[in-house]
Design a protein. Sequence first.
Length: 281
Amino acid sequence: MVAYTSFDSFLLFGDSITQFSFDVNDRGWAAQLANVFQRRLDIINRGFSGYTSEQALHLLPQLLPLTTTATSHTPTPAHPKIQFLTIFFGANDSSLPPSMQHTPLARYEANLRALIDMVHSPASPTYSPFTRIILICPPPMNEAPWAVECQLRGMPMNRDKDVTKVYAETCLRVGKEYSGRRGSKGGELCQVDVIDTWGIMMAKVEAGDCGLTDLLRDGVHLAGVGNDVIFEEIMKIVRTKYPAWDPATMLMHGPWWRQLDIDHPETDLLICANKPPTPIV
């Protein structure tokens, strides 16, 4: 009998900056993750263009497997483990009122906390203590090209770089607070890291390493250099804090092709389902 082969996942949850992250033309950060994690983790893109943390509150529970006493937090074949989860909202939340996308700052902060708690609070029906969360702060914005984009779309200018900066700082503060709880605290296991997208990108601009147009293709969405930054920061977290998941040393699923029995591959290929992954030879 052939057992089910479970590929655990790296779930990417966010707005258009996540949805567009598979775009190979801009070296999308999710496309880069999919490349390095091939046959190791499934990279699942759950980015929703235009969405804010308000809609995220209703979406995330639909993306996480329910936890019950009967399953004791054990994933089923239909729900393999989500080993990593990125939460990347704020670029739309920081839109200026009366934009429909505007989320008041205090509400945005509360939403971020609620999203993290859905995963790491034992009281949550979607509690998943082994899932490692990477909170990603909104990037800087470049007002001039975004004003042109707004004009082309026939809408008023709806972003302000200084306002977006405040939302990024709020996201960073929340992330640092949860990151400080690493380990067990009051029965709550927190594995949260945060990427200071705004700070890292602006430091590169101020150092003369690149310009905002290299980071952002239209003033808001990421260009190639911006995608490289997100990918590199995610991998830095994985390599330094979760080295067992470093794709450079992590084993692939399934036997290497040279190890297959040419005459009886049906036996060897059961390794995919019944045995640990094998090293590359």
